[in-house]
Write a protein that binds this ligand. Structure first.
Ligand SMILES: [Zn+2]
Length: 410
């Protein structure tokens, strides 16, 4: 089996692996400024997408420009998220180098889409492919590829612990080669319940004191996880930004959720903001949690809410995800100030950070990989892939951290 790493190797973003020059796994976008894409646009016979995050699905429509029409295989929620992200990208970057496709390309995506459930094998570019629940976000999949000689397990992003939105993965399909994500290979997550309780306690304290709490959150997965937590702890909450549409998408696929009833309760508990900045300013005066994009303060309605609440120290901003170096969110956490509309503003409201990750941590990765100790393991999707591969080698694994553009025969 021949593997070509077109992106997502020793970096997080633009994931893309070409198998046997014919089957493409993921084709993502690296959300930097300007955005970056896989190092080449291949002409695969078929594509399989692991899940609906921008760094895995963001460049898919570019594969359908010109005359190429490869089928795109994925779960139903991943297809929906791909279209949502595609429309958002066109809105933000359409017609610039930040968008590698046109509206016409995006419109072809549903025509080429072939959806599959978990554990239902199908044929793609002459390979037998099976998707397994990866426990990362609704619809996320491990992708098992069998070319007749070699079985490849492409993990995609995964979590081994339960979240409120989805259960952790317990899948360990037999394989000869593993391409494994490693986002949190040097982190040990604190217990989820302890983290949740601390978050709920902190938010409630602020509300009792008469303040508001802005909860910047990624639209896909984290927004809904925060809604579920707010419902469970009876915290009044608003939801604003693209997370609103994503919530509606997930509602249509209860079979891909851990608890469809809990999700429905969380959805009716939350109040969705459809409005303009005038409405947002009124909401910012209320004693409530405001769950809003973007998760790293790089845009979205958060850019209205945070400046609105920033000068009162009773208020709070709670970051709920990893803050990439160089983002306004990271700057706020580290310095107490951040750029809003081009102006650096000090934030007197207290700023807190909670690790509510949807990725396996170091122990989770090690536990996941345990059954594959005689396989070839390729470590991707992380900031320290080389170091993690080295640790695995010390423990007897045949592990490699490929570089972007590298080809490996296995
Ligand atoms: Zn992801």
């Amino acid at each position: 089996m021949k593997l070509r790493f077109l992106g997502g190797a020793d970096e997080v973003g633009r994931s893309a692996v070409l198998v046997n020059d014919s089957l493409l796994l993921d084709f993502g976008t690296l959300a930097s400024d300007p955005p970056r894409f896989p190092v080449e646009v291949p002409e695969p016979e078929a594509v399989v997408v692991s899940h609906g995050h921008l760094d895995h699905v963001g460049s898919i429509p570019a594969l359908l420009s010109g005359s190429a029409r490869p089928p795109v295989h994925w779960t139903p929620p991943t297809r929906e998220l791909a279209m949502l992200l595609g429309r958002d990208t066109l809105k933000l970057h359409g017609g610039t180098f930040g968008c590698p496709y046109t509206e016409a390309d995006l419109k072809r995506v549903p025509e080429m889409s072939e959806t599959h459930g978990y554990r239902e094998p199908f044929l793609a570019a002459g390979h037998e492919v099976t998707l397994f629940d990866a426990g990362h976000i609704p619809g996320s999949a491990h992708v098992l590829v069998d070319d007749g000689d070699t079985r490849l397990l492409y993990t995609g992003d995964f979590h081994t612990d339960d979240q409120r939105l989805v259960s952790g993965t317990s899948e360990r399909p037999d394989a000869d080669v593993v391409v494994c994500e490693s986002t949190y290979s040097d982190v040990e997550h604190e217990s989820r319940s302890v983290m949740e309780e601390r978050f709920a306690e902190s938010v409630k304290t602020t509300l009792w004191e008469g303040g508001a709490v802005v909860v910047p959150a990624f639209a896909i997965g984290r927004t809904q996880e925060m809604m579920l937590i707010c419902e469970a702890y009876d915290i009044p909450c608003y939801v604003d930004g693209m997370g609103t549409q994503v919530t509606e998408t997930f509602r249509r696929y209860p079979g891909f959720l851990r608890d469809g009833d809990a999700f429905r309760r969380a959805k009716s508990h939350a109040r969705f903001v459809t409005g303009r900045d005038g409405q947002r300013k009124r909401i910012a005066d209320q004693r409530a949690a405001i769950i809003t994009t973007s998760g790293m303060l790089s845009g979205g309605p958060a850019m209205t809410y945070v400046p609105e609440i920033r000068s009162n120290p009773v208020n709070k901003v709670t970051m709920t995800g990893y803050q990439v170096e160089g983002t306004p969110g990271r700057e706020l956490v580290e310095t107490g100030s951040a750029p809003f509309d081009g102006r650096i503003l000090p934030v007197s409201a207290s700023v807190e950070q909670y690790d509510l990750s949807a990725h396996a941590d170091r122990d989770g990765l090690r536990a996941f990989l345990e059954p594959y100790d005689s396989d070839d393991v390729f470590v991707v999707h992380g900031d320290r892939c080389g170091a993690f591969a080295e640790e695995l080698r010390e423990d007897g694994f045949d592990a490699t951290a490929p570089t972007v553009g590298a080809t490996h025969n296995v």
